[in-house]
Design a protein around this ligand. Structure first.
Ligand code: SF4
Length: 148
C-alpha cells in the first residue's frame, strides 16, 4: 500500500510514487494507493510529539491498518522492516500498538539482511531508489551529511 504523505519535496513524492506504479506494472502485484500529500498534517502532528519518527510511523501504520481492516485483511506489515536505518524496536512496538487498537495483526520479521538484494533488484528493474528516509528533516540531514 502507498501512503507517504510527508515525503519532501513534492517532486520526490512523485518520483517514489511513479517508481511504485512501474513496479506494479512490471510485477503484476496489486497496490492500494492512498494518494494524499499532507505536509501541513505532518508538521502539525510532530509539533505535539517528542519524536517526529514516532508520529510519522504511527500515522502510516494507523492508515494502513484501518485500510486493511476495511478491506477484510487479517494482518499488515511494512516495507520499513527491510531498512537498516530504522529503529526496529520502535517498528515492533508501534506496529503492535496500532494492530491491537485496530483489531488486526502486525507482521514483523527482521528483513535487514535483504536490504542489499532489494537495491540490486531495483537496479535490475531500473526503478528509482530513494536516497533518504523521506521527510523534510531527513532530506536536510542527508545533504548535511554529504557536505561533511
Ligand atoms: S526520518 Fe523517516 S521515519 Fe522519521 S519522520 Fe522523517 S520520514 Fe518519518
Amino acid at each position: 500500500m502507498w501512503f507517504n504523505p510527508n515525503i519532501h519535496p513534492f517532486k520526490e513524492y512523485e518520483s517514489r510514487f511513479s517508481a511504485l506504479k512501474r513496479y506494479e506494472e512490471k510485477t503484476g502485484h496489486d497496490v492500494i494507493y492512498i494518494d494524499i500529500y499532507d505536509l501541513e498534517g505532518f508538521l502539525e502532528g510532530i509539533s505535539e510529539m517528542e519524536s517526529r519518527c514516532n508520529f510519522c510511523i504511527e500515522w502510516r501504520f494507523r492508515k494502513t491498518a484501518v485500510e486493511c481492516v476495511k478491506r477484510g485483511f487479517d494482518s499488515f506489515s511494512s516495507t520499513l522492516i527491510l531498512s537498516p536505518y530504522q529503529d526496529h524496536d520502535r517498528l515492533k512496538r508501534l506496529g503492535k500498538k496500532v494492530a491491537k487498537e485496530e483489531g488486526i495483526e502486525f507482521i514483523y520479521e527482521d528483513m535487514r539482511d535483504g536490504f542489499e538484494e532489494h537495491h540490486q533488484l531495483a537496479d535490475e528493474m531500473n526503478l528509482y531508489k530513494q536516497g533518504y528516509c523521506g521527510c523534510i528533516f531527513s532530506e536536510k540531514e542527508r545533504y548535511q551529511k554529504d557536505l561533511k
